[in-house]
Design a protein around this ligand. Structure first.
Ligand code: NAP
Length: 218
């Protein structure tokens, strides 16, 4: 894509490593990071090939034209702020209280996961994406644009331009998109909603988004 050559990735686990594979396969440079240090990622980087390198999170944030945050939600406040100013940040995160501990503003549904990240990164444009696809499917389910029944992924975001850029990137990566609206609507694709997990086309996902119920309503 024009103006995007490098994707920074914060988090190199199930989802971060798979997004890295997808990015490299589509010709992008990748700078990927974790919490324990870049040397831990030697095998992954070797597997990803010459377009990829490992770095600390701040360096991945600085190097990426777009940056993907793929860490357990409980650690979102450690995401580097300054190097992400002005950038599109893709948030893959989900809330699992048993993993993340209880976060009152999510328990009482007064906010959503990606709004928390957006509040932490006020000068960035956060777009929710990749949160509802099993990591393994990321590298197997993409298909060329126009394929009948192509799989779609939900996006949500408060900045229309950033959302359009992420939709174009996902299209290149092999996926249609279904737009859930602003970040505050991101709950429509949180855990236990109909669209969370299974393979869906854009039309099916739009139906799932409309049918989603908040936890308090169920
Ligand atoms: N797994 C899936 O299929 C899937 C699908 C969609 C969305 N998600 C969501 O995506 C997020 C990540 O999930 P995951 O399954 O990829 O987790 P994971 O396999 O446990 O990997 C987490 C990664 O984040 C790194 N990390 C943790 N804290 C960090 C920090 N403060 N700064 C930088 N890196 C940090 C870890 O590095 P160290 O190992 O060095 O600590 C590790 O590389 C979660 O919110 C999850 O719900 C997961």
């Amino acid at each position: 894509m024009k103006n995007i050559t490098t994707i920074g990735i914060i988090g190199a686990g199930h989802i971060g490593s798979q997004v890295a594979r997808l990015a490299v396969a589509n010709g992008y440079g990748v700078v990927i990071s974790n919490s324990r240090g870049p040397e831990i990622l030697a095998a992954l980087v070797a597997d990803l090939g010459p377009r990829a390198r490992a770095a600390i999170a701040a360096e991945a944030a600085k190097a990426g034209d777009i940056v993907v945050v793929a860490i357990p939600l409980k650690n979102y406040s450690t995401v580097p702020v300054a190097p992400l100013a002005g950038k599109i940040v893709i948030d893959t995160g989900n809330y699992y209280p048993q993993r993340d501990g209880h976060i009152p503003a999510l328990d009482d549904e007064s906010t959503t996961t990606s709004e928390l990240l957006q509040a932490h990164l006020p000068a960035s444009k956060v777009v929710k994406a990749f949160n509802h696809i099993h990591a393994a499917d990321i590298t197997t389910d993409g298909q060329p644009a126009g394929t009948k029944n192509r799989r779609a992924l939900v996006i949500a975001g408060d900045d229309a331009g950033a959302k359009a850029t992420v939709a174009a990137l996902l299209d290149e990566f092999g996926f249609d998109t279904a737009d859930a609206g602003p970040l505050k609507e991101g709950w429509r694709i949180q855990r236990d909603t109909p669209g969370y997990g299974p393979r869906r086309t854009a039309e099916e996902l739009r139906r799932d988004l409309a049918a989603a119920k908040r936890y308090g309503a169920s």
